[in-house]
Design a protein around this ligand. Structure first.
Ligand SMILES: *Cc1c(COP(=O)(O)O)cnc(C)c1O
Length: 470
């Protein structure tokens, strides 16, 4: 195979090259060079999307931006956010984005600039919100001469995995309020029962990843206010608004879930979800400067500039920040409102149509974010020969990515399917999807024998005492 160099010339066709009949490197760096066209094809071919990104209804993350936004971001592909000597305006633009987002969330903070930080996604933003709450709790406890070895955090079992990571990495006890068939969102009363002097914060979710529902932050705030008054604690709220942070301000401005509420001290969101920017971008905002512990700001002298940074990373791409600021200018409140309302309308349309199908049942009556889940009707499920996993596989054949999964523990006997409607999903596409669902179900109903996934599902559920009728 060392004859590569003699054999390959600039005239060699990509797929006629030696490299294309060799296994790809998996362990060691190749000894010799590879022509760029060939290297490009090898990487490109390996990363072929398994589904059309636009037909991927599983992801929350932006898969469409307009041509100018795409151009702007491509042109900034080499810009490092931290290099403020070379690109001083990027930091300015970041503060502007934080100001705009803080104002969307009704920040009461006075002055020229609001307190917040940029992250790679909500995960980093959630962690920063969590760390700040933990440090504030620590400081208060230490001042009072109390122990700081048993911090805990309270949220519903409908949390996203980042909170498990946060609690594990910072060694904080995660207290989960179970979602049940009665409490489909975080129950404020149950949450309060889990709070004590060691609770660093309660984390309601605006746009629960599993269900698409919103925790009732206003009701939680009221309960927490009572509890804090009775006990003298100062347990704050961090809202994980990964999706809701860019939905509620536009489609439901009257809903109080943000800094209008007394105990909401910080909020995080994903710029790359309904902020409508390509990945990865997240934001966190604090109610005011006093809530951001000084231990979290790091000042460094970097390439001649004094850079103060709050974040888990140092270098990071700046293109997403440009994309976010572009969106704010390009779309304005009006543009965001009409895009989010379209997504809501299409989600509601799919929700209604799916709810009318004989075999399905929606998990909730209303659609409060542009996503929803449904399951097989209980009666239908007793004698069905297929599962939603089969439907997922059938839809994949037409390019759709519609995930089926089980809900969190306590309600993990329910298999659901979820659709996230993002910018780029039209009514026509929704109709195609619904037709594909109907056709797939039609085929399943002709089955004589249960599918493998059905047999597996029944075997598992029978162990929990569920009865099937075939
Ligand atoms: C998506 C999501 C996250 C994590 O966000 P990333 O932007 O993917 O890091 C956290 N919380 C909730 C509720 C989410 O939906």
């Amino acid at each position: 195979m060392t004859k590569t160099k003699e054999h390959n010339t600039t005239a060699t066709a990509v797929y006629g090259s030696e490299e294309m009949v060799r296994p790809a490197p998996t362990m060691t760096i190749p000894e010799t060079m590879t022509p760029p066209e060939v290297a490009y094809r090898m990487v490109k071919d390996e990363t072929y999307a398994q589904t059309q990104p636009r037909l991927n209804l599983a992801t929350f993350v932006t898969t469409y931006m307009d041509d100018y936004a795409t151009r702007l971001m491509n042109e900034a592909i080499a810009v490092n956010y931290i290099d403020q000597t070379e690109y001083p305006r990027v930091a300015v633009m970041t503060s502007r984005c934080i100001n705009i987002i803080a104002n969307l969330w009704n920040s009461p903070e006075k002055g020229e600039s609001k307190t917040g930080a940029v992250g790679i996604g909500s995960s980093e933003a959630c962690m920063l919100g969590g760390v700040a709450a933990w440090l504030r709790w620590r400081e208060r406890r230490l001042k009072a001469g109390k122990s700081v070895d048993k911090p805990n955090l309270v949220m519903s079992s409908g949390m996203q995995v980042v909170w498990e990571k946060f609690c594990q990495l910072w060694q904080i006890e995660l207290r989960q309020v179970p979602l049940t068939s009665e409490n489909r969102t975080l129950s404020p009363k149950e949450a309060i029962k889990m709070c004590d002097e060691n609770t660093i914060c309660v984390v309601p979710i605006a746009g629960v990843t599993w269900t698409g529902l919103n925790d009732d932050v206003e009701a939680l705030d009221k309960e927490l206010d009572k509890f804090n008054k009775e006990t003298g604690y100062e347990i704050p709220i961090h809202v994980d608004a990964a999706s809701g942070g860019f939905i509620l301000p536009f489609v439901s401005p009257e809903t109080k879930w943000d800094f209008r509420l007394k105990w909401v001290m910080s909020i995080s969101t994903s710029g790359h979800k309904f902020g409508l920017v390509y990945p990865g971008l997240g934001w966190v905002v604090w109610r005011d400067r006093t809530l951001l512990p000084k231990e979290m700001s790091f000042s460094v002298n970097y390439l001649g500039a004094e850079v103060t940074q709050v974040g888990l990373n140092f270098s990071r791409p700046a293109a997403q920040i440009l994309g976010q600021y572009y969106n704010f200018i390009r779309l304005g409140r009006e543009g965001y409102r009409s895009i989010q309302q379209n997504s809501m309308e299409i989600a509601r349309y799919c929700h209604e149509r799916i709810g009318k199908m004989r075999c399905f049942e929606n998990y909730s009556k209303e659609v409060v974010n542009p996503l929803f889940i449904w399951s097989l009707k209980e009666e239908y499920n007793k004698s069905a020969k297929w599962t939603l996993y089969d439907l997922q596989a059938a839809l994949q054949q037409s390019g759709w990515m519609v995930p089926a999964y089980t809900l969190p523990k306590n309600i993990d006997d329910i298999v659901v399917m979820r659709i996230v409607v993002r910018q780029g999903m039209s009514r026509d596409m929704a109709d195609m999807l619904l037709r594909d669902i109907e056709n797939a179900v039609h085929e399943f109903e002709k089955l004589q024998y249960p599918t493998t996934s059905r047999l597996q599902y029944e075997k598992q559920e029978k162990q929990r005492g569920k009865v099937f009728t075939h």
